[in-house]
Design a protein around this ligand. Structure first.
Ligand code: ADP
Ligand code: NI
Length: 217
């Protein structure tokens, strides 16, 4: 396996996602990669190569853009890593991260089976909250043609991945159905610390959004 596999993988993913405008772009993946590295610094037992490759490859073929096929991501990551002559043990650890990282609905547990998966899941979740998380949610909603908000459509606590996937609600509902809860679904102390400021900002934002919706200043 080439020693520069992380740099080669970063280049590959950067090129693959260059024109992606849905919130799953290279900039997102780069931020998740940087955050996973930061979280790994506080977890010296973590295998940094596994965590970094998991971060770089976690959205390589998201189910949302592959007809709900959950195995598209692990399959694409495996094909890439095989092309780089990565050993089987590394490939299967990265595949597991990709399977475990995603949020699947408020009522659906998403346990992780390795420290590296915990770090990548936290890094991905941190990128869904705060200023960037807000921007990504509305970018995703715009991509899907959703209204910003509709007070007549109540948020739902999805208790299955299937019902979460079928959701077509206005974007503000996504804050109640996922984003405002992510801080309570983090695995590491460092991620929980980072989440505090992002959470406060998001709560202020939603409060202002609702006030302005009704014509307040
Ligand atoms: P995860 O990596 O946890 O699976 P997703 O891939 O579901 O996260 O989401 C990627 C980005 O798209 C996130 O910032 C998320 O908040 C946003 N997103 C996903 N579903 C919706 C939705 N229904 N409305 C608005 N934004 C969404
Ligand atoms: Ni992601």
């Amino acid at each position: 396996m080439p020693v520069e596999i992380i740099a080669t993988t970063a280049k590959f993913i950067e090129q693959k996602f260059a024109d992606e405008g849905s919130g799953h772009d290279w900039a997102h993946i780069r931020r998740v990669w940087l955050m996973a590295r930061r979280l790994a610094q506080a977890a010296p037992e973590a295998d940094r190569e596994v965590a970094e490759l998991g971060a770089l490859l976690h959205d390589i073929a998201d189910w949302k853009f592959h007809d709900g096929d959950y195995e598209a991501g692990p399959r694409a990551a495996r094909a890439w890593l095989l092309s780089q002559e990565a050993p089987e043990a590394l490939i299967s650890r990265v595949e597991t991260i990709i399977r475990e990282v995603s949020f699947k609905g408020l009522g659906v547990p998403t346990p992780v089976s390795s420290l590296e998966a915990a770090l990548v899941q936290d890094a991905d979740r941190l990128d869904a909250i705060g200023a960037i998380g807000i921007a990504r949610a509305f970018a995703y909603g715009g991509h899907k043609g959703r209204p910003l908000h509709d007070p007549a459509v109540a948020p739902v606590a999805h208790d299955s991945f299937a019902s979460y996937q079928k959701n077509t609600a206005p974007t503000l509902n996504h804050f109640y159905e996922k984003l405002l809860h992510l801080k309570d679904r983090l695995n590491t102390d460092v991620a929980r610390q980072v989440a505090e400021g992002r959470q406060a900002f998001m709560e202020t934002y939603v409060a202002r959004f609702l006030a302005e919706w009704e014509g307040a200043d």
